[in-house]
Design a protein around this ligand. Structure first.
Ligand code: IMP
Length: 202
């Protein structure tokens, strides 16, 4: 069975990706099994650049194919922020709910109670020889408070997807996995692996 390492320490992402890859015939591992592997500095200014950097660093360090994503929330009223800085928005010490509140406060500073927005995801699959394939997707919606829902993570409680009722945090995980930016990007990647299984071969 081919092995694929999920190059993230974000437990929410590992759960989502592992669920989506269940039944694919791939032995899915995560970085939780390699606690000592150094974290990759996400200093690229695009989602694609950061995803590629994480995938290549993990695949070359472990000698195994690695899948990395970089994602974030792009808010029109904030000129595209927080974008690639979504995980760090507002400073490193904030909780997810505090980040949501910070975002709503910044929208209010701009005289807005809501804004068109989208989650973007770039997904990179790297082989130990450094070869990379990339797929990207977006999930359109609206940012609006108050926070609603207990599922998901990050900005889900204040993101209303255009293709669902309520917020992303009110969706059950199969529904979110089917609709989301990460779900769409992974579906593209799984289709690619179906066409080119040699991408995971030794
Ligand atoms: P990354 O680990 O650099 O990709 O950080 C992505 C950040 O964007 C996360 O820490 C969240 O704040 C946000 N984000 C990405 N995907 C989602 C999602 O599906 N729901 C909510 N927030 C997300």
């Amino acid at each position: 069975m081919p092995t694929l390492v999920l190059a993230t320490r974000n437990a929410g992402k590992v759960r989502e990706l592992a669920e989506m890859l269940a039944g694919s015939g791939i032995d899915v591992r995560s970085l939780a099994e390699w606690p000592d592997l150094a974290d990759v500095v996400e200093d690229a200014d695009t989602f694609a650049g950061n995803a590629t950097k994480k995938a290549v660093a993990t695949a070359t360090a472990l000698g195994l194919p690695a899948l990395a994503d970089d994602s974030g929330l792009v808010v029109d009223a904030l000129d595209g922020r927080p974008g690639v800085y979504s995980a760090r928005y507002g400073g490193p010490g904030l909780t997810d709910p505090e980040r949501c509140e910070r975002l709503l406060a910044e929208l209010a500073d701009h005289g807005q109670t809501s804004s068109a927005a989208r989650f973007r995801c770039a997904m990179a699959l790297a082989r130990p020889d450094g070869a990379v394939v990339l797929r990207e997707a977006a999930w359109e919606g609206t940012v609006r408070g108050p926070r609603r829902g207990e599922n998901g993570f990050g900005y889900d409680p204040v993101f209303e997807p255009a293709d669902a009722d309520g917020t992303a945090a009110q969706l059950d995980s199969p529904t979110k996995n089917r609709l989301s930016h990460r779900g769409q990007a992974l579906a593209l990647m799984v289709a690619l692996l179906r066409d080119q299984p040699e991408l995971l071969a030794d």
